[in-house]
Design a binder for this molecule. Sequence first.
Ligand code: GLC
Ligand code: CA
Length: 563
Amino acid sequence: MTTGESIRSTILTNDPLWWRQAAVYQIYPRSFADGNGDGIGDLVGIISRVLYLASLGINAVWLSPFYPSALADGGYDVDDYRNIDPRIGTLAEFDVLVAELHDAGIRVIVDIVPNHSSNLHAWFQEAIVSPKGSEARNRYIFRDGKGKNGELPPNTWTSVFGGSAWQQITEPDGSPGQWYFHYFATEQPDFNWDNREVQEDFLKTLRFWSDRGVDGFRVDVASMLKKNLDPAYDGLVDLDRLGQSLFHDGLHPIFDRDEVHDIYREWRQVFNEYDPPRMAVAEAWIPSHRLAPYASTEELGQAFNFDLLRSRFDADSFKAIIAANLTLSAETGASSTWVFSNHDVVRHPTRYGLPEYAQAGSSFRIGAEWLKNGGLPDEIDVAGGLRRGTAATLLMLGLPGSAYIYQGEELGLHEVGDIPADQRQDPIFFRTNGSEIGRDGCRVPLPWEPTGTSFGFGSDGTHLPQPAWFADYAVSVEDDDKDSTLNLYRKALSLRAELQGAEQLEWLDAPEGVLHFARPGGWQVITNFTGNPIALPAGEVLMTSSPLVGDMLAGESTAWIRA
Ligand code: GLC
Ligand code: CA
């Protein structure tokens, strides 16, 4: 099916478990489609592409933040949780978008950012003009500084984006004042989640969007809401590294503390006020065995599992990760989640095209260190990276549980490596003085057409520069090519909808470097991680991620088989 053809609309049911095996497509609104030619993607742009979204065969979209924001962190610095950034649209347009997506059989998940607001949020503005010790300050984490005149930060904790995690304010009378805690950018003050007013305001926000017809929430930085600022922890210089020993037991001062679960148990009550209950998925970069309570039915229901995303393209490692996560979800009753790309990481075809040493890593950094040296597209294995990337994707789409797809991956886009320093936006780049390249390379506006000032993104420019090679990956070009990555994703998603049965997987015997498993109903998935063609198992070949070599499965490719 191509974009222009009419779409058979699916009637959305009240199935309370619709999300358990959903294919969810992440939209980064500023970079998806620009309806008014100002270079910034917007809701009107998304509305104009609903047919395209329907043509993909996805079950839901997740919209990254579209709230009013000064964009200190790409919109994850929220000024107002119950509104739309005027550059992105209006609440009325949001309602139209939800209605049109629902008519097309697509559910809507919005991003909720509870760990911190922006420094322009009305509450933070009130806090800095209110006296020390006031109710207004108590909604955030303010502390007196150390040193003779409080001129030193309260402790040595650092921000994940680089630099101190504390920022000093100037008191209303002009004197140097208290310090506030920000784990992310300076413009992202952390909320005090021990404060009932903060807790209640988020319940209000959840109801606000649920009442507007939103089907679920992606919970940003879900594991960090509760903090323990006991001076005993002051010595931790780098929360990421020195905290590792405390990381896994619920006792780290800011990561994954056990008290955070009280919050989500309360949220679950709100989700269950709706029919069907609203779903939620936790973003938490913590060891997968600690994800279980977040994903339980008493809390959010689902949590991103980033293990595959962090792995090399390697049979043994993929198998161990898949097996461990399926065991965990069987134990807790949560559904598994799988994801290779999102707005925070180097796109997976690029990771898999990097020199081997750079393919694995943790969180935001995978491959980024290498990219800083400049090199796309010449220095990576462009074709090989994409071949491994689509093999991995086809494997993922065959797994039980839900699959998250990031905008542009259906086009086979690589990371954009060569954005000039003066056009970069990510605070990671600025707070590390450019020593870390940041995440702009996966946030470049999508190419819809092979020509034009913004490759059809809008009628004028783009807020991040698009490289010339985007022309080859444009939606209209791939639409017309039956062998394109886009048509591969479409075929896989539509077959998946047909074949998806119970959340079960049975491993079948396979040679070294090959994974082979069966799903209920005779659906089999086989991935050849080696470089050489292998014989296919018996059965009808439904599709492959790379063309067959004679009657053999090509190296670094996946086949779906009906046995
Ligand atoms: C999450 C988001 C990331 C953001 C951070 C702070 O990790 O995915 O984009 O920078 O939270 O909100
Ligand atoms: Ca716009």
